[in-house]
Design a protein around this ligand. Structure first.
Ligand SMILES: [Zn+2]
Length: 87
């Protein structure tokens, strides 16, 4: 279970769940190559109040990554601009 901030350079101990943000990812694991057995596993990550203001977690093919929040905002803004141009 989660006991500290997911940001390795912060690693603040988790005391209050109301502070910061919890991320839940459904991670599918294969036990061995060629093995058809798969298990859905929910993994919980927590970012403390300070880290969750500027960062968030994203699931990629390589695993869970910490990404800056501003990147997603910019992407969203670009999408909105594209939509406005198309209509
Ligand atoms: Zn933190």
């Amino acid at each position: 279970m989660v006991n500290s901030c997911a940001n390795p350079s912060c690693a603040k101990p988790l005391h209050y769940l109301r502070e910061g943000r919890i991320f839940v990812f459904d991670v599918t694991r294969t036990s061995a190559p060629g093995d058809a057995k798969r298990a859905h596993l929910l993994e919980h990550f927590w970012l403390c109040g300070i880290c969750s203001k500027t960062m968030q977690l994203e699931q990629t093919g390589d695993g869970i990554k910490i990404v800056p929040k501003s990147t997603l905002r910019v992407r969203h803004a670009v999408k909105l601009a594209d939509g406005a141009l198309a209509s």
